[in-house]
Design a protein around this ligand. Structure first.
Ligand SMILES: [Zn+2]
Length: 294
């Protein structure tokens, strides 16, 4: 008898959650190593101390998630992870969908929180072709116009910014003939856009309501869970409007804590469903406990 070598990777990062009559599935795209220098005007020593106290990685590691929403009539993706843009260990969307028996052609709608590369990287292949041939792209009008504008490209000062813009523009081009722009209201029955400007001009969450259940998939309200729940005033250096991003984060956290609303996020630790509670300093994330049945 031979003993299998131990695996080097986890089983597919897939976690289901029923929201009324809809099935929401978190899909982990991977985790990448970041840096506390990504924080805006936040002391690195304080950030390190907070991570050490919480037994978190130093340097910080950021989860990247996307979500699949299945209703009786629709197969919907919310964001798409990094695709091939973040290197080894990332870009697991295609494998996760395959593990669920979902083919790219089955996806009829892609709801986008914003057009950053860790959210739209899985929507286009390296040749710039749409990965989801039958999907309508739904995004906030302000994000679409910001990333598509010549002035945004002309104003870019770093290679990183130019890379972000190039990928956003290739996404806009690949889905140009089937894009729906929203600023408010429903994209589909029971799924509404929640504008959360600041991180990017049209950065948005998606509110899902079915039966007695609701869920806010809040996009990038939090990038570093070990820092920004306690300190919602900690922004990210690449927020397009840092002040507005902080105001938005404080408003959304206050809302979901007051309303006891279930949230999920693209950079919350997988499987990334939970609640936000008011704490002695700022807020605390209370992850939902894993259950064997939906
Ligand atoms: Zn992000």
């Amino acid at each position: 008898m031979t003993v299998s070598p131990r695996p080097t990777r986890q089983a597919p990062g897939i976690h289901h959650k029923a929201i009324g009559g809809m099935l929401v599935t978190a899909l982990n795209d991977g985790m990448f190593e970041g840096s506390f220098a990504m924080l805006a005007a936040f002391e690195t020593g304080t950030a390190e101390q907070m991570h050490r106290a919480a037994f978190r990685a130093i340097p910080p590691r950021l989860a990247v998630n996307s979500f699949l929403i299945q209703t009786e009539a629709r197969t919907i993706l919310v964001d798409s992870g990094c695709g091939t843009n973040f290197g080894y260990g990332m870009g697991n969307l295609a494998g996760n969908l395959a593990a669920l028996g979902i083919k790219p052609g089955d996806v009829d709608t892609v709801l986008c929180t914003h057009l950053h590369p860790d959210h739209v990287g899985g929507l286009v292949d390296p040749a710039g072709k749409a990965v989801f041939p039958n999907a309508e792209l739904v995004v906030h009008a302000d994000d679409h116009s910001f990333w598509g504008a010549e002035a945004t490209l002309a104003g870019a000062t770093t290679d990183m910014d130019r890379g972000f813009i190039a990928l956003a523009r290739s996404t806009i081009a690949a889905y140009a003939d089937r894009t729906k722009l929203l600023t408010s209201g429903e994209a589909l029955a029971g799924i509404s856009i929640v504008p959360e400007p600041g991180h990017t001009p049209g950065h948005s969450g998606w509110m899902i309501a079915s039966g007695n259940d609701s869920l806010l998939i809040w996009g990038d309200i939090v990038h570093m869970p070990g820092i920004q729940f306690t300190r919602p005033d900690a922004g990210m250096g690449f927020d397009i409007d840092g002040g507005q991003a902080i105001t938005t984060r404080q408003r959304i956290m206050d809302m979901v804590a007051t309303d006891r609303l279930l949230v999920a996020g693209m950079h919350l630790d997988f499987p990334c469903f939970g609640h936000v509670a008011k704490a002695s300093e700022g807020y605390a994330f209370v992850p939902e406990v894993w259950t064997p049945t939906l």
